[in-house]
Design a protein around this ligand. Sequence first.
Ligand code: PAF
Length: 295
Amino acid sequence: MQVIETIRALQLLSEAERGAGQTIALVPTMGALHEGHLALVDAARARADRVWVSIFVNPTQFNEPSDLDAYPRQLATDLAACRERGVDVVFHPSVEEMYPDGAQTVVTVRELSQPLCGASRPGHFDGVTTIVSKLLLAAKPHVAVFGEKDYQQLAIIRRMVSDLGFDVEIDGVPTVREPDRVALSSRNVRLSDASRAQACVLVAALDAAERAVTAGETSIERLLFLVRNEIGKAPLARIDYVELRDPDSLSAVTEITDRAALLALAVGFPAKDGDSESIRLIDNRVLRPARGHVD
Ligand code: PAF
């Protein structure tokens, strides 16, 4: 497994691999790799000859400096996990390499970046789209693979790739879950024990909404009430947002009719002792109505 630290070296390798007829799948990550990331690696392996992983804690997508500082960094463990999973190349650039002095270019996907996590974390998605653009330009992969847990991120990246004409396919991979069905996230290790025990309320709320929609519920108000009520069963949970949105445009939906709707949740929980910050978990489900045409 090769570890590459500069954009130029990665571009040269990409040109060489492409010239030799090899296909490349890139898995962009911020490290702290868990089984969710490794499922992306496996999906990448199924799509291309060569699997490349980028590990870069991107400062421009953090709203709070404390969140950036607290983000887990474990390069040696991550490299071992990549090697074990058969990754061919790890790209691990420095902040200065990705954001040289005087850098002033930002990539913005205007509307899709506004609601949901964009509303709670202003500027977050500009950081994501800027770094993903840079990674795509550096690696020039045939395919790039992202998790569906970050539904809005995936939708924004698809839009950006289509708007800017990047010559890459974007693949989404279903969310990987713990045995209690909590979505895997690098943030889970920062939860207190009590928070971790209550975190399964997110998936329980998604299940409750899905059951209701399958049984014919069409009222957004009643669904949102049901979901909030379910989350309220966890005394430590603090709702950031509970929203039903169009799965493509992410615009608000007023009723579940004949189209699918995205139910997206963000819920804060107390962190481990000594950390005053609340740890924000997200999860989502596309709800498909009982009858009628579904896109
Ligand atoms: O999903 C992530 O880990 C990050 O947002 C990404 C896509 C690697 C960009 O920094």
